[in-house]
Design a protein around this ligand. Structure first.
Ligand SMILES: [Ca+2]
Length: 421
């Protein structure tokens, strides 16, 4: 009996050992996020963090992280000490880390073969307590680029998270929870029931910083599509008494469209009788601009020298988009036949005629709906339903190559279908 008690006491002593109070605890210490509104912004994956390519997220100690999005995708980048891995935690329904089946962990690790992405979902609905479920599809649908600094002390990762066909990622503006941690590779894994301090963030097309109290800034036309070679128009509306203190406003695009668009500075206009002032950022987006979401910014200088800023996303869009809609839950666990829907969406004022072809992975056969002609009128959408046979043992995430052929031009995309999770 005495022996047992001693053992119990020894156990208690070990249990009470504390880590130093100043060491930040992974997953628990509250984070300082650069801006809780995250803009739609498309990076270029080459292992280099270019100027205005990435939006800073959390910077702490030797860790620099970045996070942005666009509909259906999330973009992550990090610069971290060579011995660390970087772990993003997302509460995709913004309902709490230990709530629901929407808690996704993305682990980025540097390996000799490149950047490794591991995704898993914390199922907090599990009756026996929160349980991790590996989701290999997150890695299958991800695209990565990485580099190591010349002195070998830090590594850099750039990652595109495409939706693996599970509908995890928001397809428009909304709120999610997020945090990011760096921990040494090989650290002891925290138990699944340990809470994580998740900050609420907003995925959006606009944000402002430093505006004087009572001043509203509203861009008109944020999120709009523009083809390379055509014109972009963003109208900024300012409202509020302090707007009379504004003196000048400078407008330009950031990052990859900075040199391909107008940059201008004008006197700030006098507000009208309703206290509103309008400023237009109009520019041609030069041919050759890389497709993706870009950011236009305006910087306003007040009479006292104070500055504030507004930022709005716009999209340098391809002539059309091809979207593979993940099959409904009811279909997934069924037979060896699967119906999928594909949307061809025009982003153009032109009319297109062509054919659509979907190439399935090995073992799948498209039975109906392939290679049919389509006519796509300006800014319209064409729906295609394809039926395919699925190999009987198919489990997991599969890529499908989607091709629209218009004359001798081909537009290609990859879509993902996840079966039987
Ligand atoms: Ca880059």
């Amino acid at each position: 009996m005495a022996q047992l008690l001693l053992l119990a006491l020894a156990g208690l002593t070990v249990g009470h050992q504390q880590t130093p109070a100043d060491a930040p605890q992974p997953f628990i210490t509250k984070e300082d996020i650069a801006d809780t509104t995250r803009l739609a912004l498309t990076p270029k994956l080459d292992g280099t963090i270019d100027s205005e390519e990435w939006d800073p997220f959390v910077q702490s100690g030797d860790l620099d992280t970045y996070f942005q999005w666009e509909p259906g995708k999330m973009y992550l980048a990090a610069k971290a000490p060579i011995e660390d891995e970087v772990i993003y935690s997302f509460d995709l329904k913004n309902n709490g880390w230990l709530v629901g089946r929407d808690n996704v962990e993305i682990r980025l690790r540097r390996t000799e073969a490149g950047i490794q992405v591991k995704g898993r979902v914390l199922d907090a609905d599990n009756k026996n307590g929160p349980k991790w479920i590996d989701v290999p599809g997150i890695s299958i649908a991800a695209i990565t680029a990485g580099s190591v600094s010349e002195d070998g002390k830090t590594w850099t990762a750039e990652v595109v998270l495409n939706d693996p066909g599970t509908g995890y990622f928001l397809d428009g503006p909304g709120r999610i929870g997020a945090r990011v941690d760096a921990i040494p590779v090989g650290s002891t894994e925290a138990a699944s029931y340990v809470p994580r301090a998740i900050e609420q963030i907003k995925l959006g097309y606009k944000r402002s910083t430093g505006l004087p109290g009572g001043v509203m800034w509203e861009p008109q036309g944020e999120g709009q599509y523009v083809s390379p070679g055509s014109k972009l128009n963003l109208r900024y509306t300012f409202k509020g008494d302090s707007a009379t203190e504004f003196q000048r406003i400078a407008m330009r695009s950031e990052g990859f469209t900075k040199e391909l668009t107008n940059s201008m500075e004008v006197p700030f206009p006098k507000p009208d009788r309703k206290g509103r002032a309008f400023v237009d950022y109009g520019t041609k987006v030069q041919d050759g601009a890389a497709e993706g979401y870009r950011v236009a910014r305006c910087v306003i200088v007040s009479k006292d020298g104070a500055t504030s800023m507004g930022q709005a996303s716009y999209r340098v869009a391809p002539p059309m988009d091809i979207e593979l809609v993940p099959p409904g839950q009811s279909q997934k666990n069924k037979s060896t036949l699967l119906k999928v829907t594909v949307y061809l969406r025009s982003n153009s004022q032109d009319k297109y005629q062509g054919t659509f072809h979907m190439s399935p992975p090995t073992g799948f056969t498209i039975l109906t709906g392939n290679d049919k002609p389509f006519v796509l009128y300006k800014t319209q959408t064409v729906r295609r339903v394809l039926e395919m046979s699925v190999p009987p043992n198919a489990v997991g995430t599969y890529p499908f190559d989607l091709t629209a052929k218009i004359g001798n031009k081909e537009i290609k995309r990859t879509g993902y279908v996840t079966i039987q999770y």
